[in-house]
Design a binder for this molecule. Structure first.
Ligand SMILES: NC(=O)c1ccc[n+]([C@@H]2O[C@H](COP(=O)([O-])OP(=O)(O)OC[C@H]3O[C@@H](n4cnc5c(N)ncnc54)[C@H](OP(=O)(O)O)[C@@H]3O)[C@@H](O)[C@H]2O)c1
Length: 172
């Protein structure tokens, strides 16, 4: 049975934040994955983890429960460091939390961050969560001259054919 199946009923009548639908952390707990031997040593990379309760840091909190190693990225390294501090405040020994600077509106920045990530993780990546993105910002262009939303959400999260796989953060 798929692991999500037990929750299907709870999604039938959504009433908004705080209703009976499970949080990611509750699902991790319900599935018995807290400090899981299965997840120990797994490497999870989450893009766009800014303080303030967006999907990125909330996802990181849930994955942190498993004991996996978490790498978070942010275009502002100080925002990433703040989220890392919040994650590490649980005092758990299991699971690294590392921060990388990566601006998705710059292919140069993405390649540099990808190389740094692969160096630090020992070329290991189990799960990539491409969370960072923008929605309908005012018109502007990326460092590489593309419209900002297209450049950030699509080019920034998808490997161009000419780019070596190891230099790009991609699920492909
Ligand atoms: N919340 C929703 O209902 C909803 C619905 C559909 C899709 N989504 C998508 O789900 C993702 C998370 O949503 P959210 O509500 O948690 O968004 P959010 O709070 O606005 O977080 C977006 C993250 O993306 C980062 N980001 C934006 N542009 C970037 C760039 N050029 N380089 C690197 N990082 C960049 C932001 O960094 P800064 O803090 O520096 O801006 C922030 O960390 C987004 O991609 C959003 O488009 C959300």
């Amino acid at each position: 049975m798929p692991r999500i199946a037990p929750y299907a009923e709870l999604f039938k009548d959504p009433k908004g934040p705080g209703d009976i639908r499970p949080t990611a952390a509750k699902i991790v707990q319900d599935q018995g994955l807290v400090d899981s031997p299965e997840w120990k040593g797994r490497v999870v990379l989450i893009t766009g983890c800014s303080p303030g309760g967006g999907l990125g840091p909330e996802t990181a909190k849930a994955i942190r429960l498993t004991g996996a190693d978490i790498y978070i990225t942010n275009r502002d390294i100080n925002k990433g460091k703040q989220v890392a501090e919040e994650l590490l405040a649980d005092g758990k020994q299991a699971g690294k939390v590392e921060v990388l600077e990566m601006d998705l509106s710059s292919l140069r920045s993405i390649r540099a961050a990808a190389q740094e990530f692969l160096r630090r993780s020992g070329n290991k990546l189990n799960i990539l969560i491409s969370n960072a993105g923008v929605m309908a910002p005012p018109y502007s262009k990326t460092e590489d001259g593309f419209e900002i939303q297209f450049g950030t959400n699509h080019l920034g999260s998808t490997r161009p054919p000419s780019t070596p796989r190891q230099q790009y953060l991609t699920l492909l």
